[in-house]
Ligand binder design. Structure first.
Ligand SMILES: [Zn+2]
Length: 361
């Protein structure tokens, strides 16, 4: 055990309209020949009634989903064995779409989906983790794309399971399919609906984490910016948060983060609202190829909405979407499914109880 909105079609329509209008006005007349010049000039001079265009209204909301530990491969000694991730994928009708098939539709509709990538994408054989080394084929990175996951955290205790080379292979596999990554010395910065979204990732345990994190958040924060901090922290198998998690999570919000996401315990933990910002202590497992029979298969997707007014975040609201990490009732088939009815209620209550038990100070 180790410690450690404005919808798309409207936007596209406006962009297209803008392109057509600007394109007409900037047609390089000198490149046209003879009669074409006269024709083009006449067209430019002919008064045309401007179509009624409603100016684009400000985007009002950004919606994201976040999930916990994703091991998109197997333990080094388990690949190919009956019931292993590799075996399930090989037997699937649509291998690359299989693992996220129960949630891809949901993730395709949001503005950003973030997951913790627990393990590596590499073909290297020399494992470095003395207990569990997790490895998936580099092409498995495509599963994230098919699942609608655009961004992963690569700062966790399995990032170097196959050494520095394995970590570099993992980043290369992600880059090849266009999935972003953050954590360690990698910062992901992207712009969504005019807002800059910055993702930072840390291990919770090492000395100096807090000082580095605070300096990073203070450097990145600013107008039109949403800073999200992910921590790989807590104790594996523990539903209760460690006091250090709470101190670190709150320090991130105090420094200017809008949201804190947590993972590593492999089970769910509570959620706290601190200074009107959510701290999600542990999202549990998600697509988890490293364990075919986990004791607890309850998990959730955290849906967060950033309400925006004049490019400022006015509210951050979260929602738990209950999940079972397997579609099979007995074993883990590595295909999370959304829960409903009594099962969904039970998981919501479980997270609610854990949240209620978090120390108030
Ligand atoms: Zn971990």
């Amino acid at each position: 055990m180790d410690w450690m909105g404005l919808d798309k079609p409207l936007f596209e329509g406006l962009a297209l309209l803008g392109c057509v209008v600007v394109g007409c006005a900037t047609t390089p007349v000198e490149t046209l020949k003879g009669g074409a010049v006269a024709e083009a000039t006449a067209a430019l001079q002919t008064p045309v009634a401007a179509p009624e265009v409603t100016p684009p209204s400000e985007p009002t909301e950004i919606v994201m989903h976040a999930v916990g530990d994703c091991a998109i491969g197997d333990l080094h000694y388990g690949a190919g064995a009956p019931g292993s991730f590799a075996a399930e994928i090989a037997a699937a009708e649509d291998p690359m779409g299989y693992a996220f098939s129960g949630v891809a539709e949901l993730f395709a509709k949001d503005d950003l989906t973030i997951a913790n990538l627990e393990g590596t994408f590499t073909t290297r054989k020399a494992w470095h983790n003395p207990v569990f080394s997790i490895r998936g084929a580099p092409e498995n990175a495509q599963m994230l794309v098919r699942g609608g996951v655009e961004l992963v955290d690569v700062e966790n205790n399995h990032a170097f399971d196959y050494g520095v080379e394995g970590h570099e292979d993992t980043k290369a596999a992600l880059e090849k399919v266009g999935v972003g990554y953050f954590g360690r010395d990698n910062v992901d910065r992207r712009t969504i609906k005019g807002m800059k979204i910055v993702n930072l990732g840390y291990l919770g345990g090492p000395k100096g984490t807090r000082a580095k994190m605070v300096a990073d958040v203070e450097r990145e924060r600013g107008p039109n910016t949403i800073v999200i901090v992910s921590f790989h922290w807590g104790v594996e198998g523990y539903y209760a948060t460690h006091p250090d998690q709470q101190r670190l999570g709150r320090a991130a919000i105090d420094a200017g983060a809008s949201l804190v996401l947590g993972h590593h315990p492999h089970v769910v933990q509570g959620i706290e609202t601190y200074r009107d910002r959510p701290i999600v202590y542990s999202m549990g497992n998600f697509v988890f190829g490293a364990n075919s029979r986990p004791q607890d298969m309850d998990s959730f997707i955290y849906r967060v909405r950033f309400a925006l007014d004049d490019a400022k975040v006015t509210a951050v609201t979260g929602e738990v979407i209950p999940v079972r990490i397997s579609s099979d009732e007995k074993r883990n088939d590595f295909r999370p499914r959304l829960l409903d009815g009594a099962e969904a209620k039970r998981v919501r209550e479980k997270i609610g109880d854990l949240s209620a038990k978090l120390p108030a100070t």
